[in-house]
Design a protein around this ligand. Structure first.
Ligand SMILES: [Zn+2]
Length: 450
């Protein structure tokens, strides 16, 4: 798809003193220019991407503009990827309290992303379809970048100093011990596919279902411990800007983060996306699941080229680059003390526990009805909520204290199911999920890793 450009809107008629003050503070208040490009191949057509450069936080107010970019890598069919592309952003935005300041919106965004991902998963699963998808959603507001992701598509950040950092975490069972422990503790089994002779083949999968991912949207036919709760990271770029590369696993199986970043430095976003895909295909020879979106965040007083990312920079690093998927820990997590130029880490959280993600004091500054569900945003009458909470009968888990915000009964069931406490799908009292979990009784089919 042809790339396009969007220019951040400046606040009208700022007093001279304000402008001088900003200049002196160097606080990057001016909105950067955002340019983007896309490229990709997906043999089975299960990759989708979303580019929405002109979102408004406050309807009718151009100074509240922000941009959204996303990659969805579907598996076992396209419907979950298509549904997420159509609904995820809307669900995230519906979870942001109205009438709050930009600062409060950026602060509310990580929680809203969690709520939006979970709502999208619940709504898709109600359709009764079995496909699933990864989802990596990136919100760019000024120099602040917020990334939410489930699955193994990635978003990397390349900044002017040539530092490349990973803004997502891979939710692949093979590479994520923490997720393996969580799933086992929730009643799932993690093992490789067992062939007739007892031979174990392929990557680690979780049963029932045989999925290689530990988090996704959709996947109604796998264990409910495959959760849609995203890892969320929020950073503020230096006022020199930076480049984001968002791509599905076909790219990252072939290229390390550093290789992908270096391969396209100095090129405009559209060409950069094409080159990353080309480089990945050259390395792996595969032409599947290689969707790539490149986003340049360029200071508005800068020339129109990408943010001073010289293609010749750090060429000495090339010598040590090894092609192929780098290990989970080689880039590592950002930390405030990490050597990342002046990228400022604002927020990072990856817990799969809804209570930890929605917080006890949510929403802190919005005046919302007390019985509005923090996930699906449906208002319930207190009596209705209490009634529905009490009709779980013999399927109910023992009551556990819930320290999070109000949840409707459906979302509370979903929460318990994700934690392995009860199934949200069974309408009978038989322990169906326990039978399925039996290790000797794996399904005769397995799903693709993607
Ligand atoms: Zn709800």
């Amino acid at each position: 798809m042809a790339g396009a450009a969007t220019e951040g809107k400046l606040s009208p008629a700022l007093p001279l003193a304000t402008l001088i003050g900003r200049e002196l503070r160097g606080d990057g208040s001016e909105r950067p220019i955002v340019r983007y490009g896309h490229s990709g191949f997906a043999k089975r057509g299960e990759d989708y991407f979303l580019v929405n450069p002109d979102c408004l936080r406050v309807p009718g107010d151009p100074s509240s503009a922000f941009s959204v970019f996303a990659v969805f890598d579907g598996h076992n069919g396209v419907s979950a990827a298509v549904f997420s592309k159509e609904k995820l952003l809307e669900h995230v935005m519906s979870a942001v309290p109205q009438g709050i300041s930009r600062e409060d919106w950026l602060q509310a965004l990580p929680r809203a992303l969690v709520a939006g991902f979970v709502k999208t998963d619940i709504d898709f699963q109600r359709k009764g379809e079995t496909s699933g998808t990864t989802a990596t959603l990136v919100v760019v507001d000024g120099f602040t970048v917020t990334v939410a992701s489930v699955g193994d598509s990635r978003c990397i950040l390349d900044t002017q100093g040539g530092e490349v950092s990973l803004l997502t975490v891979d939710h692949r069972l093979e590479e994520n011990a923490e997720e393996r422990e969580r799933i086992t503790a929730s009643g799932g089994e993690v093992s490789r596919l067992n062939l007739c002779g007892g031979q174990e083949v392929g990557p680690l999968r979780c049963w029932p279902g045989g999925l290689c991912l530990s988090r996704s949207i959709g996947d109604t036919d796998v264990g409910e411990f495959i959760v849609p709760i995203p890892h969320v990271k929020q950073v503020k770029l230096p006022n020199t800007g930076g480049r984001l590369i968002i791509a599905s696993d076909g790219i990252w199986d072939a290229l390390s983060s550093e290789t992908a970043a270096q391969a396209c430095r100095g090129l405009p976003a559209e060409l950069a996306a094409k080159l990353v895909v080309k480089q990945a295909l050259k390395t792996s020879g595969l032409k599947d699941d290689t969707t790539c979106v490149v986003v340049d965040i360029i200071p508005s007083d800068h020339c129109s080229t990408p943010p001073a990312l010289s293609p010749k920079r750090n060429q000495n690093k090339l010598k040590s680059l090894i092609f192929g998927r780098r290990s989970h820990s080689s880039v590592g997590k950002l930390s405030k003390s990490a050597s990342l130029g002046s990228v400022e880490e604002i927020f990072e959280e990856g817990s799969a526990m809804l209570e930890e993600r929605l917080g006890r004091n949510f929403p802190s500054k919005a005046n919302l009805p007390p019985f509005r569900c923090a996930v699906c945003q449906v208002d319930q009458e207190p009596f209705e909520g209490l009634m529905m909470d009490n009709v779980g009968g013999c399927c109910s888990a023992p009551s556990t204290p819930w320290g999070g915000p109000y949840l409707c009964s459906d979302c509370r069931k979903k929460k318990d199911a994700m934690e392995g406490k009860r199934s949200s799908r069974s309408t009978t009292c038989s322990p169906a999920s326990t039978e399925q979990i039996g290790g000797s009784n794996k399904p005769g089919f397995y799903q693709q890793c993607r």
